[in-house]
Design a protein around this ligand. Sequence first.
Ligand SMILES: [Zn+2]
Length: 50
Amino acid sequence: MGKFPEADAQIMKIVVCRKCKSRNKKSLKKCRKCGSVFLRPKRKDIKAKK
Ligand SMILES: [Zn+2]
């Protein structure tokens, strides 16, 4: 869990385009920017450097 529960909730709703790396809503089937169907969920468990 991150510091902000709201932010975690938003992250769960976001997918990132593998092609152009733009963020899209998870409900979308295609990237709204380039039309690519290769979307991956945004990693939630990224550890902060330190
Ligand atoms: Zn894209």
